[in-house]
Design a protein. Structure first.
Length: 608
């Protein structure tokens, strides 16, 4: 099976049909490349692509892309058929032939742009975005309407642009991007993602400082024909480009930043006094005008919490024209992660849907988009697209209690305790949701999951009498006692097939220090429980005393087949991806169930 938009009847106008009726009528020509000076004198490298052809027309609506991953590579002249813009080509080839100007910027401190990066996604880049937008509307080829899109960092840059309240910004489509950098990426559940810090740092050092030996380990940038960032047109010998790269030596380092950001919202004196708030789009959401259209896109295997970010953006913004798309994809939709996929490459054309969105809200065409339901999501194992008015798509739920003999039961039962020694060497492997966000080229997802729960504390439900849809955020309530002031808990949900095979469904985690529940902030609405993870909310455990830990699992839509069973597995570590808490020594947890301390899980279930 595939993730084709024809699987189900979720769309009135499927994206694949829309783009077939919207062929390109313009040529893609070589870009004009310039330096654009910012308010502080910093020069940013900018590529401009305009629709070409015998009847060029114009002026055009403009799509803005802001990237730290090179707007364009210089390429060995002897190499043949090498795409110099691997991260931009799909936007260029979708939008420019269909009558959009495309502006691509190396953000300051990256590529051929001058300056330094004082922190990841610096607020200075947000100020730059306003100036770039102001420059665009002054160009003769621009019609005064600006949109922005992009994957991951580029998507968050779209949020940043809209949050400047520039009047020309009409629509943004953040794809696979965070809303709160701490919660959605660096510290899910308040626990540091160690793999991300180290691997991503090597990637950015390779790009920012043009260290091509480092880039060889990343498949996206391993082409031996690549020769660093492409100079602008007025820099034929590349001297300005080399001078810009020299300035990048002062850029921040990711491991230092992430390890310093132990507490959300804390001021980081060594990083220009910024905090995780300053690098999070959510912090600036009040600047996004209500008339700006917003399309949030993510996937069920999109990293540590990017789907949470897309959902929160959708629920938080009061904008009238907002949309949400959630598919069976990893970060950037490079892979269809479903076990039942026809091919590893997605069939669903996300940019066809984004084109329709921009045609409606930027170019002013009647595409029928406003008649669609605002939410579309893919139910895995059922392999069908569904539609809804909001997220979660329904209110039905089922509570299962952790019970005797490792069962999930309808009733709490008598009070008892299950003891479990944490295996700190156990992990979830290298076929997980966490590899792609660190620029590791994963192709398989959790195909090696069966048997990994043997080192965990497991609770399994009865056979399901009929196909059952789970769509939303599962809520875990655990009463646990440990002989330590802090520890981490990781929870995994699986489908157990009639033959006993275990299939990964979703997961969630929480650092006990951050167990305090906080009121939902106005800029981060979520269907789940909110943990602020701030220093003032941190609470050590009383060793030996039971404490309630409540947290949400990552969102998912999954259909459990009749005859299968639901399993909740608990672990105290994921050595392959997360910080170990506590740092040393053995640890045994005591899980309380039944009676007045009835540990349980609340599942968003309904008959399929």
């Amino acid at each position: 099976m595939a993730d084709s938009d024809m699987r189900g009847d979720a769309w009135m106008v499927p994206p694949s049909r829309y783009i077939r009726g919207r062929p390109g009528t313009h040529k893609v020509t070589l870009p004009k490349s310039i330096y654009l000076k910012m308010r502080d004198g910093c020069r940013l490298a900018v590529d401009v692509y305009l629709p070409g052809g015998p009847e060029q027309g114009g002026p055009w609506p403009t799509i803005l892309i802001q990237t730290p991953y090179y707007r364009r590579f210089a390429v060995d002249p002897a190499a043949k058929n090498v795409e110099p813009s691997p991260n931009v080509a799909k936007y260029r080839d979708t939008f420019v032939p269909r009558g959009y100007a495309l502006v691509v910027v190396d953000v300051r401190g990256t590529g051929a742009s001058f300056g330094t990066r004082d922190i990841f996604r610096s607020p200075r880049e947000r100020d730059d975005a306003y100036e770039v937008a102001q420059w665009i509307v002054q160009q003769p080829w621009a019609n005064g309407a600006i949109g922005a899109t992009g994957i991951s960092y580029l998507g968050a840059a779209s949020d940043f642009l809209a949050s400047t309240s520039h009047p020309a910004v009409k629509a943004i489509a953040p794809l696979f991007s965070v809303w709160d950098t701490y919660l959605d990426n660096y510290y899910p559940g308040g626990i540091l993602l160690t793999n991300l810090a180290d691997v991503y740092d090597r990637l950015m050092a390779g790009l920012d400082q043009d260290q091509r030996d480092l880039l060889k380990e990343f498949v996206y940038y391993s082409n031996p024909a690549f020769r660093g960032p492409h100079p602008v047109d007025d820099d034929p010998d590349g001297s300005d480009c080399r001078a810009a790269i020299d300035e990048h030596s002062g850029n921040f380092r990711m491991p230092e930043l992430m390890r310093a950001m132990e507490f959300r919202s804390a001021t980081l004196s060594q990083f220009a006094g910024h905090s995780s708030d300053a690098i999070s789009p959510a912090n600036y959401c009040e600047g996004i005008r209500r008339d700006v259209a917003v399309y949030s896109v993510s996937g069920w295997m999109d990293g540590a919490g990017y789907a949470n970010g897309a959902i929160s953006r959708f629920l938080t913004l009061p904008n009238q024209n907002k949309y949400l798309l959630l598919g069976p994809w990893d970060h950037g939709a490079r892979i269809n992660c479903s076990r039942w996929r026809a091919d590893e490459l997605p069939e669903f054309d996300i940019l066809a849907e984004v084109l329709r969105f921009f045609d409606e809200h930027l170019a002013g065409h009647d595409t029928g988009l406003r008649s669609e339901k605002p939410v579309h999501y893919f139910s895995v194992h059922d392999e069908r697209w569904r539609r809804a008015d909001t997220w979660p798509p329904f209110d039905a739920s089922k509570t299962l209690f952790l019970a005797l003999d490792g069962k999930l039961a309808d009733a709490a039962g008598k009070a008892a305790t299950d003891s479990h020694e944490i295996d700190f060497g156990a992990g979830t492997g290298r076929q997980t949701r966490y590899e792609r966000i660190a620029a590791i080229d994963s192709r398989q997802y959790y195909t090696d999951w069966d048997g990994r729960d043997r080192s965990m504390l497991n609770y399994t439900g009865p056979e399901l009498p009929h196909n059952t849809e789970l769509s939303g955020h599962c809520l875990v309530n655990l009463w646990i006692s440990v002989p330590a002031p802090d520890f981490a808990i990781h929870a995994y949900l699986s489908e157990i097939l009639p033959d006993g095979e275990s299939l990964y469904v979703t997961e969630g985690c929480l650092r006990a220090l951050h167990r305090a529940e906080s009121p939902m902030p106005s800029n981060y609405q979520t269907p789940g429980i909110f943990h602020a993870c701030t220093r003032d909310q941190a609470r050590e455990l009383v060793p030996g005393q039971p404490h309630l830990l409540r947290f949400s699992l990552l969102p998912v839509a999954w259909t459990f087949l009749a005859g299968s069973r639901i399993r909740l597995s608990l672990a105290g570590a994921d050595a392959d991806h997360f910080q170990r808490i506590p740092a040393t020594g053995p640890l045994r947890i005591e899980l309380l169930r039944g009676g007045g301390n009835a540990s349980h899980i609340k599942l968003p279930l309904r008959p399929a």
